[in-house]
Design a protein around this ligand. Structure first.
Ligand code: SF4
Length: 288
């Protein structure tokens, strides 16, 4: 269908041009009246960049009482009252890392793989913690206990156990999922390192230290018991048969009676040792 608009002198249709919205004769912002402006008609000036315009709302009444007298004079310095009142209170700045403040009892810190009272490991390698982890930070490989190498009560133990602290969000879902309470969280929060690989903690880094009287695994379960007795907390320490087994298979074990003691057996894993060295260096630097 042909265009019915009247052609201009150049042959273009006389359509609406850009910027032609202002009525003829209206006064442009901050400028003189346009040629042919209608007398008495004005356009409100547009605010320039950075300017704030206020618009009165019809029927609005402020509920804030206007200040008068001395209160009006002191109003500009009223905010300093908070500053002045705090100047005479004791300083509460924590001097970390030179002074470490203990975390709250239920703080979610680094994980720990616990042991039973006779030294056997509680982890059975079921991988439930890895499945529960929303950040995919835990990797577990289970293996079978054998008569020559029994690390935990029952059939299975955790052969490989890793937690990637670059991924962990410390939510605690893993410890909720653990059926044997093998995995718990400590109050330890110093978890920083110079390398990404150094943030992956292995089983030997996470295992709870042996306590006095415990016998280092592997060794058989307490004679005449099963894994249920362990879960029910009926095991209070190693028996003579276990000590005899360890003496036969590892005569130099430091946790045997007369041995070097649990301090000699509690050698931290390489990642835990590196972390401890870093924390000690930071503490030393902070106390200078
Ligand atoms: S820590 Fe607990 S949940 Fe994770 S593999 Fe070991 S037993 Fe299973």
């Amino acid at each position: 269908m042909a265009d019915q608009r009247k052609p201009t002198a150049k042959g273009k249709p006389a359509g609406k041009k850009p910027g032609a919205a202002r009525p003829a004769g209206a006064t442009p912002a901050g400028g003189a009246a346009a040629p042919g402006a209608q007398p008495g008609r004005t356009v409100a000036p547009r605010p320039r960049g950075g300017e704030v315009t206020t618009r009165e709302t019809e029927g609005y009444t402020s509920l804030i009482e206007p200040r008068t007298g001395l209160s009006e004079v002191l109003a500009p310095v009223g905010g300093f009252g908070v500053t002045l009142s705090n100047m005479f209170r004791p300083t509460v700045t924590e001097q970390y890392p030179s002074e470490k403040v203990p975390a709250k009892p239920r703080y979610h810190g680094r994980h720990q793989l616990n042991r039973y009272a006779d030294g056997l490991e509680k982890c059975i390698g079921c991988e439930l913690c890895a499945w529960a982890c929303p950040a995919d930070a835990i990797y577990v490989e289970g293996a079978d206990n054998t008569p020559d190498a029994q690390f935990s009560p029952g059939e299975r133990y955790g052969r490989v156990y890793q937690i990637n602290y670059l991924r962990c969000i410390f939510c605690g879902l893993c410890i909720e999922a653990c059926p044997t309470r093998a995995l718990t969280m400590t109050n330890e929060y110093e978890l920083a390192g110079p390398t990404r690989a150094g943030m992956i903690w292995e089983k030997q880094d996470l295992l709870a230290p042996l306590r006095q009287g415990m016998l280092a695994a592997p060794h058989p379960m307490v004679e005449g018991t099963d894994d249920t007795a362990y879960y029910q907390g009926k095991i209070t320490g190693p028996d003579d048969a276990q000590r005899a087994w360890v003496a036969e298979h590892r005569p130099d074990d430091p946790t045997l009676p007369g041995g070097a003691g649990v301090e000699a057996a509690n050698v931290p894993g390489p990642t835990a040792a590196a972390q401890a060295a870093l924390a000690a260096a930071a503490t030393k630097q902070g106390s200078r």
